[in-house]
Each structure stands twice: as structure tokens, then as C-alpha cells.
Write a protein that binds this ligand. Structure first.
Ligand SMILES: Cc1ncc(COP(=O)(O)O)c(C=O)c1O
Length: 452
């Protein structure tokens, strides 16, 4: 017989005052002047329950405060960019110091070289690096380099992984492809993760056409042993460039990225997010033979590689330098794995106690935990995702994922675990009595959908 649901467990959770009146006022205004009401879709109102803070005014560590004065513990901060913590003092100081020296000059700043050296010390297989402001640009730049290097047009992407770039070659393959011409969409083809044959088939069906393979070395599912090596071998056999998108895995799986963790070095790799603890900085790194096409010392056709007005803003580079220093000296990656494991253990215990094992899953590596929600028929469910987030928010936790930072202390993890436990009590009731009885308002929706 199944154990009874724990209904009366002592709780340390603090219920937030459910006053979101200022959020509501600003939301109405915001949607009238910003498409979607936010400048990043993943932060938008359709991604959160109705009962959620609309706007944040400040953060410290892993805590944030909204416009109504409510305080929350946050997960996945800044779409996984803020790995050390909000307003993390040494990084803020490094950036401020640099700002006082000037943020952008007519000639390169010395710090551009210093940051390049620091990154190349960390990324074993890379000989050259170029910085930019966001992940999409560097991944697109890697694709452009691969096309120039191979003289081919087509791109093979891992179709089981959610995101690589805001640019047409990727967004054209999603549901949200309005405004993207067929000529751009038709150049990208998809293969399956952990399925070498599906990639080999593409190479065989499109001989001499595929310039590059774009993938994360690992997302929610780990690679089966030997898979990544086989992917690299296939790329080399068919003359394509292997690009690892390390936007999420970089500075989480290992200081040297998932490529170091799995021991497979791609020809090009791209970094962003955690690199600057939330400051806008990203990097394209890789083999000299390919990356040099963007430089001055060759006689091939020149590749216009990542050259923008703000690309090397000095304070973002200072933030990245300081972030890399802290990572090297303070064992940040080990901490992320340890705290994630701790939270995972507590959540798993609650899953068992609340008898939701078949309906609520915690997935991914401890350094990058996500959750999946299923309804009473065990189908993936957005209403149940919404309900779970709603009940966490009521208890002072904003968690679109359980991605921890260096600022998630033991007390934050324990408080979160209590909130999760109580949210899962409600979740169980909703499975038994119907989710609509407990959900306040409409459910969330996937970002990349064709219609609203
Ligand atoms: C795996 C991956 N690649 C690329 C990107 C694009 O990065 P950015 O949003 O900095 O352009 C993202 C963003 O979420 C991502 O998760």
C-alpha cells in the first residue's frame, strides 16, 4: 500500500503577501508599449502563472524583491546567466572600476587581450577567441565560419535540444518561424541526440552539403558513452565542423565546459550566460585554422566575424575576468553540483512522500536541474507546471527550473525544499480532484508556438 500523503508536516516556509497590485498596473502598461510585455520571451507573462510577480526591482545573492515589496528565492537567475549571485560584490566592483576608466575607445582596450588570454587558459582545445554580447551572435558566427571554411551551406542541428540562436537559421526551424524565408529555413536539417545513425543518414543524404553540426554536448539527457566521440569522428569523416554550444553547460558542467567534462573537444565552441555573471558577454572559441578566417593573416576570402560597436565593452570584459578568477579560485562548479544534489535529494524525498513519482520528475545534472510536470494521465502538462510554480511563488520561491547559483546557501535550499513539499501536497490534490480547482488563471504556454 502507498504511504499516506503528508498533510500536516511542520513548515518553515514564509507565505508572501499576495499583493501584486503594482505588478498588475505596470503589466497593463508594459504590454501596450513592449511586444509581449518583456524584452526577453522567456521572462514573459505567458511563461509564468497569473499569480506571479510581474517586475523585479532588485536582487542580492539568490534573493529578489518585486515592485510590490515581495521577497523571493530565485532559481535559474537571469536565464542561467547569474551563476555567482545577483549584485555579486567582487564582480560589481571589477565592472565599476573599469567603467570609471572608460567603457569603449577608438582602439582596442588592453583588457580585450587579458580576457582572451584568461578564457583560452580555461578552454583547453581552443587557440583563438572572439567576444561578443550574446550567445545567439557567437553561435551564428560559428556557423558562418564553418560555412566559409567548408564552402558548404547546410547546417545540421540537434533537433532534441531546445535553443541555439535567435537568428533565422535556427528560429526558422521552430514553430515561431513567421518572417523567415523558406530559403533560410531549408538550409537547416535535424538529427537526434544519442542517435549516431540519424546524423550519418543526414551526411549520406546530403553529400558534400553540410558545413557544420551544432549541438550541446549535453542538455536534459546525458550522452551515451562514446556518442560524442562518434559525432566528432563523423564530422571529420564527412568534412564538417563540429560546434558545441556551451551557453548552458559552460561554467556549470566543468570550468572547461561540457567538452572538458566529456573529454571531446569540438572544432568550435560558444559560451555566454555564466561567463560574466549576468553582464552581457559571450565568446566564440576554437581552432586557429578556422577562427583565423575572421582575421588579417590569411589569403582566403575574409569572414566578417563579430564586429559590433559594443562587442568589447570593457566593463563586461572586466566582469568576465573577475568571474573567471572566482571560478578558478573558489571551486564554484563543485559548489553548484553539491548544492544541486542537496536540493535534488530533498525534492525526491517529497516526490515519494506525496506519491507523485509518476507525475512530477526532477531531471538533469545537479548543476542544472529542471523539472517536468505530468497530468493524471501521465501526459506532459502545462497546467500542472503552472500550478507547481504558482504554489512555489505563494511560498516565496520563483522556480522555472531548479538551477542553483553560488549564492544558494543551505538555508535557501532548505526553505525551497519546504516550499516544494507543500506545493507537491497541492499537486497531489490536483491530480485527484482536478487541476482547475487549484490553478488560479490560465496555464503557461511554450515560448516557441505559432499562435498566441
Ligand atoms: C543553449 C543556448 N544557446 C544559445 C542561446 C542564446 O543565447 P542568448 O540569449 O545570449 O543570445 C541560449 C539562450 O537561452 C541557449 O540556452
Amino acid at each position: 500500500m502507498l504511504p499516506p500523503v503528508a498533510r500536516t508536516r511542520e513548515t518553515k516556509t514564509r507565505r508572501v503577501t499576495m499583493n501584486f497590485s503594482e505588478s498588475r498596473r505596470l503589466q497593463a502598461k508594459s504590454h501596450s508599449i513592449i511586444p509581449g510585455g518583456a524584452h526577453t520571451y522567456a521572462k514573459g507573462d505567458d511563461q509564468y502563472p497569473e499569480l506571479a510577480p510581474g517586475f523585479i526591482v532588485r536582487g542580492k545573492g539568490c534573493h529578489v524583491w518585486d515592485v510590490d515589496g515581495n521577497e523571493f528565492i530565485e532559481y535559474g537567475m537571469g536565464l542561467r546567466a547569474v551563476t555567482l549571485g545577483h549584485a555579486f560584490e567582487p564582480v560589481v566592483q571589477a565592472a565599476c572600476h573599469q567603467m570609471q576608466l572608460g567603457v569603449n575607445f577608438t582602439r582596442p582596450a588592453k583588457i580585450e587581450l587579458e580576457a582572451a588570454e584568461a578564457l583560452l587558459e580555461i578552454i583547453d582545445g581552443a587557440d583563438m577567441v572572439k567576444f561578443a554580447k550574446n550567445g545567439s551572435d557567437v553561435t551564428t558566427a560559428a556557423v558562418k565560419l564553418a560555412r566559409a571554411y567548408t564552402g558548404r551551406d547546410m547546417i545540421a542541428i540537434c533537433g532534441d535540444q531546445p535553443f541555439f540562436s535567435t537568428d533565422d537559421w535556427f528560429i526558422g526551424t521552430t514553430e515561431m518561424d513567421a518572417g523567415i524565408p523558406e530559403s533560410a529555413r531549408s538550409l537547416t536539417v535535424k538529427f537526434h541526440f544519442n542517435d549516431v545513425a540519424s546524423l550519418r543518414d543526414l551526411f549520406d543524404q546530403l553529400p558534400g552539403k553540410i558545413a557544420c553540426v551544432v549541438m550541446e554536448a549535453e542538455a536534459a539527457t546525458p550522452p551515451i558513452p562514446g556518442y560524442l566521440t562518434q559525432v566528432k569522428e563523423l564530422c571529420e569523416q564527412y568534412g564538417a565542423v563540429l560546434i558545441f554550444d556551451e551557453m548552458i553547460t559552460g561554467f556549470r558542467w566543468h570550468l572547461g565546459g561540457a567538452q572538458k567534462y566529456h573529454g571531446v573537444i569540438p572544432h568550435l565552441s560558444t559560451f555566454g550566460k555564466a561567463l560574466g555573471n549576468g553582464f552581457a558577454i559571450s565568446a566564440l572559441a576554437g581552432k586557429r585554422e578556422i577562427v583565423r578566417l575572421g582575421g588579417l593573416d590569411h589569403d582566403h576570402a575574409r569572414v566578417f566575424l563579430l564586429s559590433t560597436t559594443h562587442g568589447a565593452e570593457t566593463h563586461a570584459l572586466a566582469a568576465a575576468l573577475e568571474t573567471m578568477r572566482i571560478y578558478r579560485e573558489q571551486g564554484i562548479v563543485e559548489f553548484l553540483w553539491r548544492q544541486g544534489k542537496r536540493l535534488e535529494g530533498l525534492v525526491r524525498k517529497s516526490i515519494e512522500e506525496n506519491r507523485v513519482r509518476d507525475f512530477f520528475e526532477i531531471l538533469g545534472r545537479p548543476c542544472n536541474l529542471i523539472f517536468a510536470t505530468h497530468d493524471e494521465n501521465r501526459e506532459r502538462s502545462q497546467p500542472f507546471r503552472t500550478l507547481f510554480m504558482q504554489e512555489l511563488i505563494r511560498r516565496g520561491v520563483i522556480a522555472p527550473s531548479f538551477v542553483v547559483s553560488f549564492s544558494h546557501r543551505d538555508s535557501d535550499i532548505e526553505q525551497t525544499a519546504e516550499a516544494v513539499h507543500e506545493a507537491l501536497v497541492i499537486y497531489r490534490k490536483a491530480l485527484d480532484e482536478g487541476v482547475e480547482k487549484y490553478l488560479e488563471g490560465r496555464p503557461v504556454k511554450p515560448v516557441n508556438r505559432r499562435f498566441n
